[in-house]
Design a protein around this ligand. Structure first.
Ligand SMILES: *[C@@H]1O[C@H](CO)[C@@H](O)[C@H](O)[C@H]1NC(C)=O
Ligand SMILES: *[C@@H]1O[C@H](CO)[C@@H](O)[C@H](O)[C@H]1NC(C)=O
Ligand SMILES: *[C@@H]1O[C@H](CO)[C@@H](O)[C@H](O)[C@H]1NC(C)=O
Ligand SMILES: *[C@@H]1O[C@H](CO)[C@@H](O)[C@H](O)[C@H]1NC(C)=O
Length: 385
């Protein structure tokens, strides 16, 4: 009996994901986010497929995207800023800018990006016709947030973590889905070139096997979200639905009215696994409430400008296509402690050590910014109390 218990425990603790030990989180052991396109909160919340999924999850009722169009929102979710980007064209972000890949790899947490109709692992092209829709169901680089970061695309192992939905299905069947996963369906299934109903129906069907009781051996949190709203003249309010086996049973079918943005993806995984931070807008972003409650994180609050949030036009920055609005990539704030209870990732601090005296827009306050209310640069300070 003792041997049985020991071996069961051994199996539970060291069940391999591609041979690596599995890093345990406080609220979940795996996080999967799936991104749909361009819909306003009110219409999505009223959709029947979403209403049906909601019975199994938590609807986040005050979740805001950062700007328009799509690409900056995707980049923000993995890098903690969108660097003034205001377009969907090809961009590259210098190698000294870290992403979620750096902070999860630091704790040996496996990660991947899966992009439907990406033609093969590590593809760096701008777009590709898919095989599933008469050559029309397309992969687009602007919906792949990782590939534009040189810290990913100049690292062969990381680049190979970017693959197709077929690769996801193979990993799912083998029970080897990595622990942090970002997924973008193709331009038809994500609703970009189709309708709200096409995308929610696709989501319902796609999620069904992932929500089955035996889908994953470990507690898994799935965040189905939209990149941005459809109506540019209104504040950028979108639906995000939390699902999966990590949702506490008592919270299924409930709503959470905490203020969130895509930076909450970063702060939530940091809180869950006790990770270092990126020293950017990840610090101060509210942590999904049920996770905050489970880990004892008490920093959630409304940004001081939440009532007037618009998030519709990009603030100035390095990637802005208006040369009069260009600014250098800001240095991270090396003095902030993030939701994981830790300071900036030491490797990031090292990479930016020559820039210590620079001013930084990141203050850990959780305030939101757009063109009407651009970031203010200041010498780096510790988190506001
Ligand atoms: C990550 O894995 C490496 C190599 O196996 C090991 O040396 C290191 O201690 C691990 N780090 C953590 C945080 O588990
Ligand atoms: C992608 O688009 C950029 C900008 O238009 C262009 O410079 C680059 O060559 C394109 N890449 C590929 C692989 O076609
Ligand atoms: C989707 O829309 C884009 C323009 O936004 C277009 O270039 C592409 O061909 C469209 N794809 C399909 C399958 O209609
Ligand atoms: C938000 O910004 C857009 C674009 O500048 C503008 O059209 C709209 O009036 C703003 N909305 C609010 C509520 O401020």
């Amino acid at each position: 009996m003792k041997h049985l218990i020991v071996s069961l425990l051994g199996w539970a603790c060291f069940r391999a994901v591609s041979g690596a030990p599995l890093a345990r989180g406080k609220a979940f052991d795996r996080f999967i986010t799936i991104w749909l396109e361009n819909q306003d909160y009110a219409k999505v919340a009223a959709d029947s497929h979403i209403a049906d999924l909601k019975r199994q999850g938590i609807l986040l009722t005050r979740y805001y995207a950062h700007t328009h169009p799509s690409q900056p929102n995707y980049l923000a979710a993995v890098g903690g800023d969108y660097f003034g980007l205001n377009h969907d064209n090809w961009v590259r972000i210098p190698e000294n800018v870290a992403t979620v890949a750096d902070i999860v790899e630091d704790k040996n947490i496996t990660w991947a990006g899966y992009f439907e109709d990406q033609p093969g692992p590590g593809y760096m092209g701008n777009a590709s016709d898919g095989s599933t829709g008469n050559g029309g169901w397309d992969y687009v680089r602007k919906h792949n947030p990782f590939v534009s970061y040189d810290s990913v695309n100049k690292n062969g192992e990381r680049l190979l973590n970017l693959d197709s939905f077929n690769a996801f299905q193979r990993a799912f069947a083998a029970k080897e889905v990595p622990q942090f996963v970002f997924m973008s369906p193709n331009m038809m299934n994500d609703g970009h070139n189709t309708t709200l109903d096409t995308a929610t129906k696709w989501s319902h069907r796609f999620l069904e096997p992932l929500l089955a009781g035996d889908a994953f051996d470990e507690p898994t949190l799935i965040a189905l979200t939209y990149d941005e709203s459809e109506t540019y003249s209104e504040p950028n309010h979108i639906v995000t639905l939390l699902l999966g086996s990590a949702i506490p049973p008592a919270l299924k079918g409930t709503e959470d009215d905490t203020f969130y943005t895509h930076y909450s993806i970063l702060s939530t995984v940091q809180a869950n696994w006790g990770l270092h931070n990126l020293g950017r807008y990840d610090v101060g972003a509210n942590v999904f409430r049920f996770v905050a409650d489970m880990v004892g994180y008490t920093g959630n609050k409304d940004p001081e400008n939440a009532a007037t949030v618009n998030n519709s036009v990009s603030y100035p920055g390095a990637l802005n296509d208006d040369t009069s609005k260009r600014l250098p990539i800001p240095a991270p704030n090396t003095k902030l402690v993030g939701a994981g209870g830790l300071p900036i990732l030491p490797a990031i601090e090292k990479a930016w050590s020559g820039a210590r005296k620079w001013q930084t827009p990141y203050d850990g306050s959780g305030k939101v910014f757009d063109a009407d209310s651009p970031p203010v640069y200041m010498p780096p300070t510790a988190n506001p109390s």
